[in-house]
Structure formats: structure tokens, C-alpha cells
Design a protein around this ligand. Structure first.
Ligand code: EZ4
Ligand code: CO
Length: 406
């Protein structure tokens, strides 16, 4: 019996807000987990402190599956982003503890390695097509073989997914104490995005994998059309073309295009992707450990997807903490149907003071840590010195003012 003695919750801002859980056992062994829910951080912190932590004290930290089922099924209110981020962080922390007790990295507990390294894709976000391609060229020089290309849309002031005048994602988030409002025009976007990939192939050749994130700004038939228009440029995948609250949306897109489709970063459970996967309407499932219920749930989604030739490509935005990235590394190295990991890097001094990671990146690939557990540590004092700052994601509207966050 490895009794849970304490569950601590931290909300810190080393450039961005992160919610971190630390589970401490009676024996002194502890584990950490990521519960960050961008724009709703304090809701998850309260969920953990007020509603979940008290139920865990005295339980056996070894029983990861039972604790997952207890938190998921044991409440009347299942699923939901706040609840699932809280469960996810507890689950990650328990896997971290189990690895430390076994003196093995978590991937060994998941069945060992299916590959020796984890393929990454980097981000090139530009103020113009040529700016994006300059950035992509610099990433290729660093060894990246897969790159997500995004560029500002001429005629629209700011576009989600592009940095604007900010130097990186850390500076960008610091500038949003209230939700900024942005304008969207599908017509203007189409003209830019097709030209972006045309020029990308001309300039960067046919050996680099290109990806693109639409951030769910299109209707299903618009997505179908975009998929068709981009076919000549051979994308690795087109991400979040349309929202899929109505999962049949993807049937519409699928029947019109062979451009591979990816979705899932906002999904909280296997139920949200079940029909997309079993109907083979998508090629890549992008659920994240922090938002879809932790390592326990991600493993289940990967195994289910494997039955239908769907591969995993976990979300890797800067608003998932390095603990989530570590959890993904263990899942990615072990899952037979892992494809690619989104990677924006953790190139920020304050962030690295709080989160002490242990993986390496070389030639566009990441190498997992062999340290016991998740292989990442959290500095409580550094976190306490960098308090939470309210920050939001943007809202988009059409040119006539209609809210357009599909
Ligand atoms: O918009 O994580 O693929 N990456 C993305 C991200 C998300 C943010 C939202 O919190 O779409 O940039
Ligand atoms: Co995305």
C-alpha cells in the first residue's frame, strides 16, 4: 500500500499559465501531473482542490485504474473539459509515482519502445507567405522534417495561430487579459492558404512534410473544398478543418478529398472521437493527455484508433505544460500507431526554472528520458514566485460581426 498523503495544486505563470498537481505519498515518493485548461485555469484548480483532492487522501496510489474509474464514473457529472483535465493530472501523477517505485521510465510500464525516437513537427508562423517560408527554412536547417505552416491573411488585422508583432507564444499570451476579437473571412483565407502551400513546395521541395491548422474556422463543405485545393501540395495532414460536434461533418469532408484529416485537441474522452475513428473519417487523432483523461485514457484511445488505421498525433501547443509533453513522449514511444508529435519547444528561461525536463531533441526527433517515472520535475518555489495572470484565447467574428468560433 502506497498511501496518498497530500494532493497539492499550483497555478503558476512562467510566461503562460499552467496548473500542476503534485501527489505525495506517505513514503515520500511523489508524482506530478498537468491540469492546464487554457483560459479556464482556476476552474480546474478549484475542481482539484475542493472536489477531488479530499477523496484521494488515504487511497492506494498503486491503483491507477481504480482511481481513474472512481473519478470518472463515481461522479454524477461525467466528462467535460474541467473535470477531465483534473482527472488527467491525477492520472499522470500516479503513473509518475508508479514509474519511480518500479525504478522504470513510464514507457517501459506501457510495453516498451515501438520506435527509438519520436518524430516532431515544428511551427512556422509568418506575417506573410515569404516570412513563413523563411521561418520554415530556418527550421529545416535545424533538422526538422515536418513543419506546420501558418501565415497572416492579407486584409485581416490579426489571425489566430499567427504571432502578429509578438516574438513568441509566451509574449503573445501575456497580452490577452481579456479575449481579443479577430475578424475572419473564408474567401480571404482561401486565397492566402492555397498560395502558401504552392510557394512552399516551389521553395522547399517535396521532401518536407507540411501540415496546416485551420482552427475549425470552416464549414464542412468549405473544408472539403480546401482539402481538394491542397491535394497537389501533399499535406501530411489538415488539422481541425471543421468542428465535429456533429461527427458526421467529417463524412462530408472525407468523401470529397484525399488530403489526410486530423482532429481531436479539444476532445475530453474517447466518446467524442469514437465515430470519427470507427468510420475512418479521420487519419490522425490529436487528443492530449491533459485534456482527454491522462495516460490511462490516451492509451485506450490509441489502441482503439489502431483497429481502424488511425494514428496518433498528440496536441503539443505551448499551453500544455512540459509535464504533458513528457507524458506524450512515453505514449508516443510505445504506441504502435503513433505518427507525429506537435512541438513548439520550451525555449523560455522561467519555464525551465519551474519544469526540469529530461528529454533531448535532435534532427527533428525527440528522445525520451530514461529517468524513472515521467522523467520531469517541478520546482514549487520557482512556481510560487511566478503567480497566475488571467489570460484568454481570442474570439473570431465575420466581417459583419457574427461570432464565428465554430
Ligand atoms: O489553439 O492550444 O495545434 N495547436 C493549436 C493550439 C491551440 C491552443 C488553444 O489553447 O491549435 O495553438
Ligand atoms: Co490545433
Amino acid at each position: 500500500m502506497l498511501k496518498i498523503e497530500q494532493v497539492k495544486v499550483f497555478v503558476c505563470n512562467p510566461g503562460r499559465n499552467f496548473v500542476t498537481v503534485k501527489i505525495i505519498t506517505e513514503q515520500g515518493i511523489y508524482g506530478i501531473g498537468d491540469a492546464t485548461l487554457n483560459g479556464r485555469e482556476m476552474a480546474v484548480a478549484t475542481m482539484l482542490e475542493e472536489h477531488i483532492a479530499p477523496c484521494l487522501i488515504g487511497r492506494d496510489a498503486h491503483n491507477i485504474e481504480d482511481i481513474w474509474q472512481y473519478l470518472y464514473k463515481g461522479v454524477y457529472w461525467r466528462k467535460g473539459p474541467v473535470n477531465m483535465a483534473a482527472i488527467a493530472a491525477i492520472d499522470m501523477a500516479l503513473w509518475d509515482i508508479k514509474g519511480k517505485v518500479a525504478n522504470l521510465p513510464v514507457y517501459q510500464l506501457l510495453g516498451g519502445k515501438s520506435r527509438h525516437a519520436v518524430n516532431l513537427y515544428a511551427h512556422a508562423n509568418g506575417e506573410s507567405i515569404s516570412d513563413t517560408l523563411d521561418k520554415a527554412e530556418a527550421l529545416i536547417k535545424q533538422g526538422f522534417k515536418a513543419i506546420r505552416l501558418q501565415a497572416a491573411i492579407p486584409g485581416l488585422a490579426v489571425t489566430y495561430g499567427v504571432l502578429g508583432d509578438k516574438k513568441d507564444y509566451f509574449e503573445l499570451q501575456g497580452s490577452r487579459p481579456l479575449p481579443p476579437e479577430e475578424t475572419w473571412s473564408t474567401k480571404k483565407y482561401f486565397a492566402m492558404v492555397v498560395e502558401l502551400f504552392k510557394q512552399a513546395r516551389e521553395r522547399l521541395g517535396d521532401q518536407i512534410d507540411f501540415l496546416h491548422d485551420v482552427h475549425s474556422r470552416l464549414t464542412p463543405i468549405e473544408s472539403a473544398r480546401l482539402g481538394k485545393l491542397l491535394e497537389p501540395y501533399d499535406l501530411f495532414f489538415l488539422e481541425d478543418a471543421s468542428i465535429a460536434e456533429n461527427q458526421d461533418n467529417y463524412q462530408v469532408i472525407r468523401q470529397h478529398t484525399t488530403t489526410p484529416l486530423a482532429i481531436g485537441e479539444t476532445y475530453n474522452s474517447i466518446w467524442e472521437c469514437k465515430s470519427l475513428i470507427q468510420n475512418q473519417h479521420i487519419d490522425f487523432i490529436r487528443t492530449a493527455a491533459t485534456h482527454a483523461g491522462g495516460i490511462t485514457a490516451m492509451r485506450r484511445i490509441a489502441d482503439f484508433a489502431n483497429l481502424f488505421n488511425v494514428r496518433t498525433a498528440p496536441h503539443g501547443a505551448p499551453d500544455l505544460s512540459p509535464i504533458c509533453f513528457a507524458a506524450h513522449m512515453h505514449l508516443n514511444i510505445s504506441a504502435p500507431n503513433f505518427a507525429i508529435q506537435e512541438f513548439v519547444g520550451f525555449d523560455n528561461e522561467q519555464l525551465n526554472q519551474v519544469f526540469k525536463h529530461n528529454y533531448t531533441v535532435e534532427s527533428g526527433m525527440a528522445f525520451v528520458s530514461d529517468a524513472p517515472g515521467l522523467g520531469i520535475d517541478f520546482d514549487e518555489d520557482a512556481a510560487k514566485a511566478l503567480p497566475y495572470k488571467r489570460s484568454y484565447l481570442p474570439v473570431s467574428r465575420l466581417e459583419d460581426g457574427t461570432v464565428w468560433n465554430w
